[in-house]
Design a protein around this ligand. Structure first.
Ligand code: HEM
Length: 488
């Protein structure tokens, strides 16, 4: 509480507002008057308060912070934020659940989003990742169907195990990520205790135009901690906003969470011939082959001042890149380059980049103008190019470095190998016996509910392909005969 005099109540147009408790009526009991402009405006504004939620990752929480560079990366990238030890770049980070709606409980098993916006001196740079290093599908054409299978049944309006496992069982590329999701990482104990991954392969380019492939790993300085299914259920009953509140309260108490950013760097040519297709987001790249290199520290030290303007209006996009960082041919990433800003034009309007949370810290000069709710229309600057009026000039340094392409056009799968089992098996074998027990129990509880014929068998065959022990144990947990399944 401050002793400051409260401000005068005003309408949105700034007029003093006399009475905010009583509508104007004709007489004591009379009907409400049309002339009650304050009432009409208040109701009309209220009626328009909701905007569409994000089509995925609708439930989330975020905070502001800073990224400090600890290791100069200029030999690999000319990106401003990764050059000059000690450089600090302000950030906003939004964590999220994928499948549930905006009011959905935080502790339902799901992949968690880890979406960062860096306000760099070369414009905004976003890393829109998850708490797992791989993804369910590797072709953008499959993403809407995948999400439909995770959301609600069109008839019953329920989220169903039938839909989820039906999609996964018929999409063998999902096996690695399904193993992550059904494992302990599907239930993080808090947003502070999970890692974040850029997941895709990106390209870094240095001042001499040398190119490198790069993967991002944000490792939690709080350590990775997860919760059991029982604890998650309990938390859900007590507080649907469990993860959100934990983050907010920690920051309020100045217990600032931090992550150390590491990268894996792969020389350009070498990456093209690596034993796995490095552009297939269902795969990881071995840390043994390409060890983690420390880059810097990300710290969250400020809660949103206003959740709607700081977090709900935040528009993160994998297409927000800065010179020195480019895309890779990863097909899923390529699809994402279109989808995010398209969704944000729908969700927030054509001029969403004018909103304070999305506005870069550097000035914007270009030839785009007008549209709904335009706030910064670049004044009297010339609005066409070419021109003789000293309008904004192109920046040749920002040009992307070309990649070689070959072959013919066509709809085709990943060309390397379609081995979706080896890395899923590696993950299974990496788990402790107790982790494996929990994984099997989680799969039993989910897959066990499936009633669509053939789906369990198909999925179990995939688990078996990853590791015979994995498949056999799932079959046993479901009371099914593995030999009969393998013969079917
Ligand atoms: C949010 C599409 C794959 C992580 C979104 C949104 C869309 C979308 C439309 C909502 C954006 C908004 O309204 O602001 C897609 C498509 C994908 C894809 C089409 C594949 C083709 C992925 C992958 C990851 C990911 C592979 C992680 C590695 C996220 C996160 C958010 C998000 C973290 C929430 C961002 C925030 O907090 O504002 N996605 N997505 N998505 N996506 Fe994806």
């Amino acid at each position: 509480m401050t002793n400051q005099k409260p401000s005068d109540l005003t309408t949105a147009a700034g007029q003093p507002w006399a009475d905010n408790q009583h509508s104007q009526t004709a007489g004591d009991r009379g009907p409400v008057l049309l002339q009650d402009y304050d009432l009409l405006e208040k109701l009309a504004h209220f009626d328009r308060e909701r905007i569409p939620e994000r089509v995925v990752h609708a439930k989330g929480a975020g905070a502001k912070g800073v990224f400090e560079l600890e290791n100069d990366m200029s030999q690999y990238t000319k990106a401003d934020l990764f050059n000059g030890v000690g450089k600090q770049t302000p950030v906003i980070l939004r964590f999220s659940q994928v499948a549930g709606e905006k009011g959905y409980p935080d502790t339902v098993r799901d992949v968690r989003g880890f979406a960062l916006k860096f306000y760099t001196q070369a414009g905004n740079y976003d890393i829109v990742g998850n708490n797992t290093p791989v993804f369910f599908v590797n072709d953008p054409l499959k993403f809407p169907d995948f999400i439909h299978s995770q959301k609600r049944d069109p008839k019953t309006n329920r989220r169903t195990q039938n839909m989820q496992w039906d999609f996964w069982a018929h999409s063998p590329e999902s096996l690695h990520q399904v193993t992550y999701l059904m494992g302990d990482r599907g239930l993080p104990a808090s947003y502070r205790t999970m890692n974040g991954y850029g997941s895709h392969m990106f390209k870094w380019v240095n001042q001499d135009n040398q190119q490198f492939w790069v993967k991002y790993h944000f490792i939690s300085d709080q350590g990775v901690k997860n919760m059991t299914a029982k604890a998650a259920k309990k938390a859900m009953v007590q507080n649907v906003d469990y993860l959100q509140d934990d983050l907010y309260d920690a920051i309020q108490k100045q217990n600032y969470p931090s992550w150390t950013l590491y990268v894996q760097i792969i020389p350009y040519e070498e990456g093209l011939h690596y034993r796995w297709d490095i552009f297939d987001v269902t795969k990881v790249v071995s840390h043994h082959d390409y060890p983690l290199i420390k880059v810097g520290k990300l710290t969250l030290n400020e809660n949103p001042t206003n959740n709607f303007t700081d977090i709900e209006e935040a528009a993160m996009s994998p297409a927000n890149l800065v010179p020195g960082i480019e895309v890779s041919p990863d097909k899923l990433l390529q699809g994402r380059l279109f989808s995010y800003k398209d969704a944000q034009r729908y969700r927030l309007g054509a001029n969403f980049e004018d909103l304070p949370v999305n506005k870069p810290v550097v000035p914007v000069h270009n030839y785009e103008r007008d549209g709904f709710m335009k706030a910064d229309n670049q004044g009297d600057e010339v609005n066409y190019e070419p021109n003789s009026r000293r309008g904004p000039q192109e920046v040749p340094d920002a040009e992307i470095i070309p990649d070689q392409v070959q072959g013919t056009t066509g709809a085709r799968p990943y060309h390397y190998q379609v081995d979706y089992t080896t890395q899923a098996g590696d993950l299974y074998r990496l788990m402790t016996p107790a982790e494996q027990d929990r994984l099997i129990a989680t799969i039993r509880d989910g897959l066990g509910q499936v009633t669509l014929p053939g789906v369990k068998e198909l999925e179990i065959k995939q688990f078996y392909g990853a590791d015979p022990n994995y498949g056999t144990r799932v079959a046993e947990a479901l009371g099914m005969d593995i030999e009969a399944i393998l013969k079917s």
